[in-house]
Design a protein around this ligand. Structure first.
Ligand SMILES: Nc1ncnc2c1ncn2[C@@H]1O[C@H](COP(=O)(O)OP(=O)(O)OP(=O)(O)O)[C@@H](O)[C@H]1O
Length: 281
């Protein structure tokens, strides 16, 4: 298990050191979710959910099927517009932000069902993550002349670094659809990393993977967090993974928050045990 910070909660935004004897240290609250409610007709997907995420933290959202986890990520990255509540990123609140605007602010997302172009190579898929950073106009890009050519070279260099980092050099020209599922998930992570996010939202990054693939993915998530300093918010069903790599965990059940704290606190929370950990998923 990782070394953990103290129990959750804001201290007014001041940097919060980890308790004595622990290694991990977090910055200010980077993402603050306050009183979010979201309904689809009569279905209350989220009811008055609040939690915060500190800079450089690995924060997990767990809960049984239908608990509202993906809906929460969709509110954070602008796919859904909650009827109530506020999300604040680096002190800037937003209610009705489009996904692209959220991405431009520095929040990237991977999806439960991969959002990759199966016929395109690994390299080209990861390049799509650079779109937000491309400054030259489409005409120059198409002709690959002047500043556009220089810019493309810089973006390709950045993408090559990600490919090296994720250890997928051998597949850089391979169409993504020909790769095993675990590697496709890694490419999806690469595409999100190419956006140079400050916060990375991962929707079930380990789903459908075998043990070895899960171990690899855990290592990459922790390396991204350590080496790039990227804050990570992840949804994951595999409890051993969640408990191993998360600093703090939010627990949802039927759209309500029933637990929030370190893995140990959550593990010992009777309501959480009853709703989730006591059942098989
Ligand atoms: N677009 C939608 N339209 C209608 N209902 C929706 C929509 N998205 C989610 N819901 C409903 O909201 C509730 C929460 O769903 P959500 O997918 O957020 O849960 P989840 O915790 O991510 O579940 P899972 O672990 O199965 O992915 C469910 O009752 C679901 O049916």
């Amino acid at each position: 298990m990782r070394d953990h910070p103290g129990p959750g909660g804001s201290n007014g935004g001041a940097p919060e050191p980890a308790p004595a004897g622990t290694q991990r240290q977090f910055g200010e609250v980077i993402l603050d979710v306050q009183n979010i409610s979201l309904a689809f007709g009569g279905v209350k997907a989220l009811s008055d959910i609040s939690f915060d995420v500190r800079e450089h933290e690995v924060r997990a959202i767990i809960g049984p099927n239908g608990a509202g986890k993906s809906s929460m990520l969709n509110c954070i990255n602008g796919v859904y517009q909650p009827q109530q509540g506020t999300i604040t990123f680096r002190g800037k609140s937003f209610h009705h932000m489009k996904s692209r605007q959220v991405a431009e602010m520095g929040i990237a997302r991977t999806f439960q069902n991969l959002a990759l172009f199966k016929g395109m190579s690994v390299l080209d898929n990861i390049m799509t993550g650079r779109n937000l950073h491309i400054k030259s106009n489409i005409f120059l890009q198409a002709l690959r002349i002047g500043p556009a050519e220089r810019e493309e070279i810089q973006h390709r260099e950045y993408v090559e670094k990600i490919i090296d980092f994720l250890e997928i050099q051998a597949f850089r020209k391979t169409p993504v659809g020909q790769l095993p599922y675990g590697l496709q998930k890694r490419v999806d992570l690469g595409r999100a990393l190419a956006m140079e996010p400050q916060v990375l939202l991962l929707d079930e990054p380990m789903a459908g993977m075998n043990l070895e693939e899960k171990q690899d993915m855990c290592r990459f998530i922790l390396d991204v967090n350590d080496e790039f300093g990227t804050t990570v918010v992840l949804i994951e069903h595999d409890m051993s993974v969640v408990m191993d790599i998360s600093d703090r965990v939010v627990v949802l059940d039927y759209g309500k928050k029933i637990g929030d704290g370190t893995p140990d606190e959550v593990r010992n929370n009777p309501e959480v045990i009853k709703a989730y950990l006591g059942t098989s998923h």
